[in-house]
Design a protein around this ligand. Structure first.
Ligand code: TPP
Length: 377
C-alpha cells in the first residue's frame, strides 16, 4: 500500500498546483488527505468530473503548471468531452494528470454498474489516446509512476492517467466536517418518506446509499417490489429519469429521491425540469452536505440555497426540513402540491455499517418497475 501523504507531497514537489475532482471510494483515503491538507482554490471538489478538467485547464492557462483531476472510472463519461475537445493535443494541448479509481477491475468482484465500466476503462483511455499506467502499490515503484506521469504530461503537453486499483492507498481518516449534529439520519428520513408517499407512487432513487437504504426499507416492510427504480449508476440523472416516467403516468405521483452530490452533478437539469415537469413530479433532495456513499467528502450542499435555486427555475419549493415532525408535515403539504415541487431534507452524514446492497439485479429491478406501470407483461 502507498501512503496518500507520500503521493500528495510527491505531486506537490513535482509542481502539481491544483487538485480537483469528484470523490471515489477507491480514492477515499487520497481524497481525505487532500481535503484535510489543502484549502481555498488549491483543492476543489467539483460538481462533476468534467468541471475538474476545466479547472486543471484554467490553472495551466494562468500558470503553465499542472493540475491533478481525480475521479472514479464512472466519471470518465463526464470527462470525455473536455478531454477530447479542450485538453487534447489536437486542440489546446493542455497537460494534466488524471487519477482514476478502477471500480469493476476484471477479476475483482464489484456491483453490476461497475462491471462493464471496469472492463472497458483501459480501452477508453486507449481510445482517447491518453497515455496511462497503473499506479503501483509499492511506494518506490509508485514514485517512479508519478515521475513518469508528470514528465509525460509535460513532454506531450497532454492529459496522462494513472489508474488506481482497489486497496492501493493506506487508510487516511477524513476529519469531521461538522455535519453530524443534525437529528435525522438519511435512513430514517427515507423510512418516513416511504410511510408518507401515496401507496401507488413510483420512486426513482439516486446512486449510492439512498438506493441501498430504500431497497432495504421496502424489503423489511414487506412492501411489493416494482415501485422503485434504483438508479445504481448514472449519477445525477435520477431526476431526469423520474421526469421521463412522470410525463407518461399522470395518474400516479412520481418521486425522485435525490442526494445533494447527485443533484449538484447535473444541476442544469433543475433549470429545465422546473419548466417542463408535470404536476405529478415530486423532487426530494436528501442533503447531508457530503458524498457519503464514497467517503463523506464535503459538497457545497449546506452552503447553497437549493430551494431558492429550484424556485427560480420554476419549481414550487417547500421549506427545508431537518427533523421528523417537520418532514411528515411537509410531506402532507407536498402530497397536495402540484409539481414540479421540491422538498429539501437536511440529514446528518453516516450510514449503518451493515447496510446491504440490492439483491435484485438491475434487469429484475427494471422489469418489475415497468410491469407495475403496465409497460411490459
Ligand atoms: C459520474 C460518477 N462520479 C462519481 C461516482 C461515485 N459516487 C457514487 S455515489 C457518490 C456520492 C453521491 O453523493 P450524494 O448524492 O450526496 O449522496 P450520499 O452518498 O451523500 O447519500 C459518488 C461520488 C459515480 N457513481 N458516478
Amino acid at each position: 500500500m502507498i501512503d496518500p501523504s507520500a503521493v500528495f507531497n510527491s505531486l506537490k514537489e513535482k509542481g502539481v498546483g491544483v487538485f480537483s475532482g469528484v470523490p471515489d471510494s477507491l480514492l477515499k483515503d487520497f481524497c481525505a488527505y487532500v481535503t484535510t491538507h489543502t484549502s481555498g482554490p488549491d483543492h476543489v471538489i467539483t460538481a462533476n468530473e468534467g468541471a475538474a478538467v476545466g479547472i486543471a485547464a484554467g490553472h495551466h492557462l494562468a500558470t503553465g503548471g499542472l493540475g491533478l483531476v481525480y475521479m472514479q472510472n464512472s466519471g470518465l463519461g463526464n470527462v470525455v468531452n473536455p478531454l477530447l475537445s479542450l485538453a487534447d493535443p489536437d486542440v489546446y494541448s493542455i497537460p494534466m494528470l488524471l487519477l482514476v479509481g478502477w471500480r469493476g477491475e476484471p477479476g475483482v468482484r464489484d456491483e453490476p454498474q461497475h462491471v462493464k465500466q471496469g472492463r472497458v476503462t483501459l480501452q477508453l483511455l486507449e481510445c482517447m489516446e491518453i497515455p496511462h499506467r497503473l499506479l503501483s502499490d509499492d511506494p518506490q515503484v509508485a514514485e517512479s509512476d508519478l515521475a513518469w506521469a508528470v514528465a509525460t504530461a509535460r513532454d506531450r503537453s497532454a492529459p496522462v492517467a494513472l489508474v488506481v486499483r482497489k486497496g492501493t492507498f493506506s487508510p487516511c481518516k477524513l476529519e469531521s466536517t461538522g455535519q453530524e449534529s443534525l437529528s435525522l439520519s438519511r435512513e430514517r428520513a427515507i423510512e418516513c418518506l416511504v410511510d408518507e408517499i401515496e401507496p401507488r407512487a413510483m420512486v426513482v432513487s439516486t446512486t449510492g446509499m439512498i438506493s441501498r437504504e430504500l431497497f432495504e426499507i421496502r424489503k423489511n416492510q414487506g412492501q411489493p417490489p416494482g415501485l422503485d427504480f434504483l438508479t445504481v449508476g448514472s449519477m445525477g440523472h435520477a431526476s431526469s429519469i423520474a421526469f421521463g416516467v412522470a410525463a407518461q403516468v399522470p395518474d400516479r405521483s412520481v418521486y425522485c429521491f435525490d442526494g445533494d452530490g447527485s443533484v449538484l452533478m447535473h444541476l442544469g437539469s433543475i433549470a429545465v425540469l422546473g419548466g417542463v415537469a408535470p404536476a405529478n413530479f415530486k423532487h426530494i433532495v436528501i442533503n447531508n452536505g457530503c458524498h457519503d456513499s464514497v467517503g463523506g467528502q464535503p459538497t457545497v450542499g449546506f452552503d447553497i440555497a437549493l430551494g431558492r435555486i429550484a424556485e427560480a427555475c420554476g419549481y414550487t419549493c417547500l421549506e427545508c426540513v431537518e427533523d421528523e415532525a417537520s418532514l411528515r408535515a411537509a410531506m402532507a403539504r407536498l402530497r397536495e402540491t402540484d409539481g414540479p415541487v421540491m422538498l429539501e431534507i437536511r440529514v446528518r452524514k453516516g450510514a449503518r455499517s451493515d447496510l446491504g446492497r440490492p439483491t435484485t439485479t438491475p434487469l429484475e429491478n427494471k422489469e418489475g418497475f415497468m410491469r407495475t406501470l403496465g409497460a411490459v407483461d
